[in-house]
Design a protein around this ligand. Structure first.
Ligand code: SF4
Length: 344
């Protein structure tokens, strides 16, 4: 196994991952001709995002599609480079690291995708798919030891009979089994963190809850931290400890998951929760009421609140950028509505 050759900034840190003021903007239609246009459209995919993930914690990153969740995950995985900000992993600044350190980093943090079928090579048997990461990161391990590690991991993700499964190809497995293989591929390197990007959204409801329970078991057994990326607040409620709500590239509310689901403060979080209504079974009988307005024709001041055009509570002050307000030790919200009720 390779090692980092970067010094730790802090040895006694409870946090495995710290994201500090991370930014990634994309310029749309960035062609040669458009270079001469004065106004090019900039998409602020990730816009000054800050959060921490503790060891063994599940942080839910929730928001609609297009809110910047997947770009944020790709930045954390070092698939793309940020424009600015820092990524601290296990006490080390990995924002700008060399190829050798990236290789080691990717043995410690692994991403699981929405579609388990597309993330597995259809021409490889399951055992060969599991051997791949070991062949890259554990070159000195004997072949027998690698095979033993793969079979133990299949057992751990409850794919039985594991020796038979190992010899199958991905198309011979169900969607739920393939997603378990995805977790086995991540686990075989004993990572400290898993980024799970909508890992259950393509599965049937009863399989979803089996996979979420598997994630929870793995977290408890190995103290793995998870960043659970989803647009589905119902599944997040099963597994998450904390939640960060993302809208148009920014985190707008952050804190304890059950507290925020019961008492959402940001108008966007409130609208998102109203839209699903299943949290309280009594709500199923009620008409869904999504509290948003369409003020898209109104010209907002550049840099104002990103929810201004849809917010039913918008005020003149909201044309300025709101900052995070701490409402309790475990709930923060980026909204002017709470500026007179902040705690220190
Ligand atoms: Fe609405 Fe203003 Fe709060 Fe933004 S800052 S969410 S516009 S009330």
């Amino acid at each position: 196994m390779s090692h980092f050759d970067i010094q730790k900034e802090d040895e006694s840190d409870d946090y495995l991952l710290k994201i500090k003021n991370l930014k990634k903007y994309f310029i749309l239609n960035n062609t040669f001709l458009n270079l001469f246009q004065k106004k090019r459209k900039i998409v602020r995919a990730v816009d000054d995002v800050t959060f921490n993930v503790k060891r063994g914690e599940v942080l839910v990153l929730a928001g609609e599609s297009g809110s910047g969740k997947t770009t944020l995950a790709r930045l954390i995985m070092k698939a793309i480079e940020p424009d600015s900000g820092r990524i601290i992993f296990d006490g080390r600044d990995i924002t700008k690291i060399n190829k050798k350190n990236i290789l080691h980093y990717r043995s410690q943090i692994h991403m699981i995708h929405q579609d388990p079928y597309s993330s597995l090579n259809p021409r490889l048997k399951i055992i060969d798919s599991l051997l791949e990461p070991l062949n890259i990161h554990e070159k000195k391990l004997s072949k027998d030891k690698k095979i033993e590690a793969c079979l133990n991991t299949l057992k751990e993700v409850e794919l039985e009979p594991f020796e038979e499964i190992a010899e199958k190809y991905p198309h011979m497995l169900s969607g739920g089994q393939r997603q378990r293989v995805g977790f086995a591929r991540a686990l075989v390197l004993k990572p400290k963190m898993i980024l799970a990007d909508e890992p259950v959204s393509m599965l049937d409801t009863h399989i979803r809850f089996q996979i979420l329970s598997l994630m929870d078991d793995l977290r408890k057994k190995h103290n793995i931290s998870f960043l659970y990326i989803t647009h589905d607040l119902l599944t997040s409620n099963v597994i998450g400890n904390n939640i960060a709500l993302m809208y148009k590239g920014q985190i707008v509310e952050y804190g304890n998951l059950s507290k925020i689901l019961k008492n959402p403060l940001h108008p966007y979080t409130q609208a998102l929760i109203d839209a699903i209504s299943q949290f309280n079974p009594d709500n199923l009988k009620k008409t869904k009421e999504i509290k948003i307005v369409d003020r898209s024709t109104v010209d907002t001041a550049e840099g104002g609140c990103i929810f201004y055009n849809k917010c039913i509570f918008a005020m003149d002050n909201c044309k300025n950028p709101p900052t995070f307000i701490k409402r309790s030790h475990d709930q923060q919200v980026k909204c002017f509505l709470y500026e007179n009720n902040a705690i220190n």
